[in-house]
Design a protein around this ligand. Sequence first.
Ligand SMILES: Nc1ncnc2c1ncn2[C@@H]1O[C@H](COP(=O)(O)OP(=O)(O)OP(=O)(O)O)[C@@H](O)[C@H]1O
Length: 264
Amino acid sequence: MGDDPHPTPPPKLHATALTRTFGRGSGRVDALGPVELDVAPGEFTCIVGPSGCGKSTLLRIAAGLLRPSSGRLQIRTDSARPAAMIFQDYGIYDWKTVLANVRFGLDVQRVPRKEADARAHALLARIGLADFAQAYPSALSGGMRQRVALARALAVEPEILLMDEPFAALDAQLRTILQDELLELTQATRTTTLFITHSLEEAIVLGDRVLVMSSRPGRIIAERRPPFARPRTGGIRDSPEFTALKGELWELLRGEVRPEAVPV
Ligand SMILES: Nc1ncnc2c1ncn2[C@@H]1O[C@H](COP(=O)(O)OP(=O)(O)OP(=O)(O)O)[C@@H](O)[C@H]1O
């Protein structure tokens, strides 16, 4: 066999036979799996699935916040800061200024103050918050707070970005705006991302791949690749391909969302 001039890079995230249960005996809940999942470097993977199917559990295992019950999940790391996570509730510190919040991970990494400030200011400018560097989060709207959380996560140039319903608390218009901003940012940085959402629209706009999970215990039951070249913009929402894929994904999900409620 000759050497392949373009070998496929190993996945950034690799999960195999991954399961998680909570509790014991009659209180036992099979929350997740078995899940097989590979995420390639630079790939933006979205996961959609019914409520309670184990999506957050999967992400928390990826972030190292929770241990699997069986199987394993590996993140291939080239740096000391493998993963950054963003939650729905922002997770930013109210007692720190916006600048200090964005710089937080860099301070932990002991990046020299001057360089850390420069990187934080550059990111704030990019997300339209340059004028708020010295403000405290209490002075910001929900959308602005989530932008700060995003800037803080990206500042450390993570190997993989883990996002759990980051826009769920925002109103529809703001959500669309932040989707477009995240699209632009991640297309520029090519950050490997695992993104959980209830919104099919969000998954199609952002994802290289959309994975559909079954009801609990969540397994991956389908994969679709939105047929939109990169760099793409939010304008794809208006295309017939978008509407068709959204319909197809909804059909896949429909059987999983509270199956007991579906009339026979
Ligand atoms: N710490 C825990 N102890 C006991 N059960 C848990 C725990 N964490 C999650 N569960 C259960 O595991 C299942 C999966 O929860 P998880 O939060 O991962 O689902 P999800 O798909 O993220 O849900 P949602 O979309 O509603 O946020 C649920 O039935 C939940 O009640």
